[in-house]
Write a new protein. Structure first.
Length: 274
């Protein structure tokens, strides 16, 4: 009986060791300065098992931004949670999701994130390189029931945004070239945003006075600080040698702003101008 119990507990011990050796995640909390000079807190979580990274930040106006990178499928999911004004009859909050293709080299890997350590956690970080503004034109909505064909993380992050989860045909075509992705399945997950309107007469929602007219809504999302590449330094191999070798000596950090643009049926549906 004792031997059986010993074997049982040894099995549990090895299972736990196996689980934690392969299900590794890391949580990094940093103070960063945004483009307006305000100080906000960012949380970066890396998950080696999922091959993913999640960046979360709360803006000074209480808007919550979640950026999730699925490295396996080359998918970026940006969730924007906007607080509503109940005295104006709005919901307590509204969620928008933008799902786009991303190159794996735009971010350092989850494995590299887990190796990062902060010597001074209270330091306010400023990105070393500002990548500028990226305009992304949206022309498709994602059907959440089939969204796993793009990434299983879409439904997890966007379950409360069944009518406001967006992507584009450009991104669909890029995903079609990713190993393991199939264009036929990808097309099954989306439908075109197809309101009858002349693109030439389409105005920005903030510039139109017609509440019930179609207009072009813009949602600007700024990520003020993220690890975008590994930093390598060079040094001589030995005192007597002229040979030089490269070694990893830190990270490079970036900032970027993504300007998502999409058509809404009525001006009141453009939450970003409220």
């Amino acid at each position: 009986m004792i031997n059986i119990l010993k074997i049982y507990f040894l099995a549990i011990y090895f299972f736990i060791g196996y689980y934690y050796s392969y299900h590794i995640s890391c949580l990094l909390v940093v103070n960063v300065k945004n483009q307006n000079g305000g100080i906000i807190k960012e949380t970066i979580n890396a998950n080696i098992t999922d091959d993913s990274i999640t960046v979360e930040l709360q803006l000074l106006d209480s808007t919550l931004i979640t950026q999730h990178i699925d490295f396996t499928n080359e998918v970026q999911i940006v969730q924007v949670l906007l607080l509503g004004e109940e005295e104006r009859g709005q919901k307590p909050y509204q969620i928008l999701c933008f799902v786009n293709h991303i190159q794996a080299n735009e971010f350092i890997s989850p494995d590299a994130i887990t190796k990062l350590r902060q010597k001074n956690p209270g330091t306010v970080r400023v990105a070393g390189d500002n990548k500028g503004v990226f305009n992304v034109t949206i022309d498709m909505k994602i059907k959440l029931k089939d969204s796993a064909y793009i990434s299983r993380h879409v439904n997890t992050l966007c379950s409360e945004a069944p009518d406001t989860t967006f992507t584009s045909k450009v991104d669909i075509d890029k995903w079609a070239t990713v190993p393991g992705m199939y264009l036929g399945n990808l097309l099954q997950t989306v439908e075109y945003i197809n309101y009858k309107t002349s693109k030439n007469s389409l105005k920005l929602c903030r510039d139109t006075g017609k509440v019930w007219s179609h207009c072009l809504c813009t949602m600007e999302v700024s990520i003020p600080w993220y690890p975008c590449a590994l930093k390598y330094c060079k040094d001589h191999i030995g005192k007597e040698s002229s040979a030089i070798e490269s070694y990893r000596c830190g990270i490079l950090t970036c900032a970027k702003t993504i300007n998502f643009m999409y058509i809404v049926k009525h001006k009141q549906y453009c939450l970003s101008i409220e």
